[in-house]
Design a protein around this ligand. Sequence first.
Ligand SMILES: C[S@@+](CC[C@H](N)C(=O)[O-])C[C@H]1O[C@@H](n2cnc3c(N)ncnc32)[C@H](O)[C@@H]1O
Length: 296
Amino acid sequence: MKKIHVPVLLQETIDSLNINPEGFYIDCTLGDGGHSFEIFKKLSPNGLLISIDQDQHAIDFVKEYYKDEIKENWVIEKSNFAKISEIASKHARKPDGIIMDLGISSRQLEESYDRGFSYLEENEPLDMRMDEELGVKAKDLLVVLPEKELTKLFTIYGEEKFARKIASEIKKRITHINTVGDLTRLVYRVVPAAHQSSKNPSRRVFQALRIAVNDELNSLKQGLDNSFEILNINGRISVITFHSLEDRIVKDYFNNLVDSGKGVLLYENVIAPTDNEIRENPRSASAKLRTIVKIK
Ligand SMILES: C[S@@+](CC[C@H](N)C(=O)[O-])C[C@H]1O[C@@H](n2cnc3c(N)ncnc32)[C@H](O)[C@@H]1O
């Protein structure tokens, strides 16, 4: 098995944590392990790293890929990061740094185990569950949600201008929509050609469905709240976001901590990838890194 995901803002994220070799760190979004391994390399045997991912395939990949490197002080657990307090409470110390590199990994897009995360994988079913123990798949949402709710979902989570037309067409043709290709062809038909830029017109609908299936924004809010609660004084939380919905949540959450005197921002402005990083890894283009330091 080879690595697929290229870690985004890697050096910047590691720098933001100001790693103490004896410290305790939690990577909430293991993925292919890029950020985790870089943290782990900086730890002494007294340091501790816990890496979390809700996707069993990510856990299996990292455990195999890093099998010669993983020691007792690198603990890997399948969970939703919303439950970070439960996971951390098994250890008699408070974390000094927590990172979240949000969204989906390149592995999930390119080797999805038939979950249809990518609008390019025409023959895959509309599933989109990162955690396959979750009950509701993307296709279930298309079936169960009334047209009005589907419109809202595409508008709010996808910021899709043609949400109403797409939702209406989906409901009319629901028995014919089973695969990624069925949905992308429908979107191509519904979105006027003049609005189809060089980017795939289905990308917003796919983003919206993925956010809903995985309840991503609520997990993020809970994950941030619980992370700050368990963090050591002077500890740091660094979050990389990829779209405006998640970035707004992080920005507002951090600003509230600053206003209430509990935290300070490490950077006045967000940290974004360099032109060079974007050239080498176009998926990094929309990334934004924000870091808060807990002072109270
Ligand atoms: C962008 S990737 C992380 C890539 C990783 N930093 C690396 O360098 O390889 C995001 C990962 O977070 C996981 N994930 C997303 N939301 C999660 C959540 N609420 N709880 C746990 N894992 C989550 C996804 O399954 C995915 O593997």
